[in-house]
Ligand binder design. Structure first.
Ligand SMILES: [Zn+2]
Ligand SMILES: [Zn+2]
Length: 379
């Protein structure tokens, strides 16, 4: 935007939240997280029809995952003992050991894996564990190797709140899928056998491109409507209330938004009628990109940034600076923002400020009720 003075974002190092090697804080958190995940995993092995996801079970082998669980449990104990030895964060070490000991008492990594009776509605504990481990390994590593803001700590302000959103979004996966599958039945009238046959006749790579573009078109408009409709904005504002961008920030989303987004994106997938391979490729691409674009990652991405939505592009969407308000709605490619003239992408600059322009509640309940409280204030 001409005449706008871009500023550099300043991030001060928060010494109280920083991880320093040798203090015991890193091993303490590692022990607690591995202990909690192990306990959840053992519970999922004990009650698979209630705590695992039917669609996801077809993709992984529960037997081999027990080997990973075994390592997770022993590493939790090891980190717990190390934390004890380093003294300062003993309570965290103890908590990690207690969690893992409970997992051992419940059967540990030796719970027999039997055929599972599929339930329509279940909690996606397996999805939560796999996504959490995968995200930490891939995205936290990327953030440490190529940080945009080196001073930004992993346990930044409000990380606990966003972890809560992360857990909710993953645990609710089967409810979301049930809703999305019900929602698409309203579009039965638009199904065309000719279109589906045509899509099925082209190479997989081209099918994937078509799926990405169609999904992007729907997500662009869904997103834009949430921004530009007075009564819907408070729902979406929850996603915009994060003030520090990282791998966890994108999880913050009002549940109405989460359900709406997944249900809407299901429509083009359903109408195109693509096969399982393309569908799985798209879901993996979309899930990884959704996390990546929120990451504290300063990678330049070269010519890819002129095609795909990258962290810099989506960080501008989260900026509270005037020229960036209500811009960059796209989820996958930058095409529709360019086409519909809603793009704000100064190549040399990154935002100086993130978040909403006004004050925003900082608790889960406050944010969930925000659409109602914002409405009441207007009356
Ligand atoms: Zn938005
Ligand atoms: Zn976002």
């Amino acid at each position: 935007m001409e005449g706008y003075e871009y500023q550099k974002r300043q991030v001060a190092l928060d010494k109280n939240r920083e991880f320093r090697i040798g203090e015991g804080k890193i091993s303490g958190y590692a022990s607690i997280f591995l202990g909690a995940l192990s306990l959840l995993a053992v519970l999922a092995y004990l009650f698979p029809s209630h705590l695992t996801t039917t669609e996801l079970r077809q993709v992984y082998d529960a037997g081999s995952l027990q080997k990973i669980l075994k390592y997770g449990m022993y590493f939790s104990l090891f980190f717990g003992a190390l934390t004890f030895y380093l003294r300062k964060y003993r309570r965290m070490g103890l908590a990690g050991i207690v969690l893992t000991a409970t997992a051992f008492l419940l059967g540990g990594y030796t719970v027999p894996v039997d055929p599972v009776e599929a339930k329509r509605l279940s909690l996606g504990v397996d999805w939560l564990i796999l996504a959490f481990l995968g995200s930490v390994i891939v995205f936290v590593s990327l953030e440490k190797l190529f940080p945009k803001y080196e001073n930004q700590v992993i346990l930044r302000k409000e990380w606990g709140l966003d972890l809560f959103y992360f857990c909710f979004n993953h645990l609710a996966i089967s409810a979301i899928l049930i809703y999305a599958n019900y929602h698409v039945t309203h579009f039965d009238w638009a199904v065309s056998a000719e279109v589906q046959a045509l899509i099925g006749s082209v190479p997989i790579a081209l099918q994937l491109v078509v799926v990405i573009l169609c999904a992007d078109f729907v997500l662009y408009w869904e997103h834009r409507i949430f921004h530009e409709t007075q009564y819907l904005w408070p729902v979406h504002a929850v996603h915009h209330s994060v003030q520090n961008m990282d791998w966890l920030a994108g999880s913050r989303s009002h549940f109405i938004q989460t359900f709406s987004e997944r249900a809407m994106v299901m429509v083009p997938l359903y109408l195109l009628g693509v096969g399982e391979t393309v569908l799985n490729l798209y879901v993996a691409f979309a899930a990884l990109q959704a996390v990546l674009i929120h990451c504290n990652v300063g990678l330049p991405f070269g010519p890819l940034k002129y095609i795909f939505v990258t962290p810099q592009f989506h960080h501008w969407h989260h900026s509270s600076e005037k020229p960036a308000i209500d811009t960059n709605y796209s989820a996958h490619t930058i095409l529709f923002d360019w086409l519909f003239n809603t793009m704000h992408f100064p190549r040399e600059h990154w935002p100086a400020k993130y978040g909403t322009t006004g004050k925003f509640p900082q608790s889960y309940l406050g944010q969930t009720l925000y659409p109602i409280t914002a409405l009441l204030k207007k009356l």
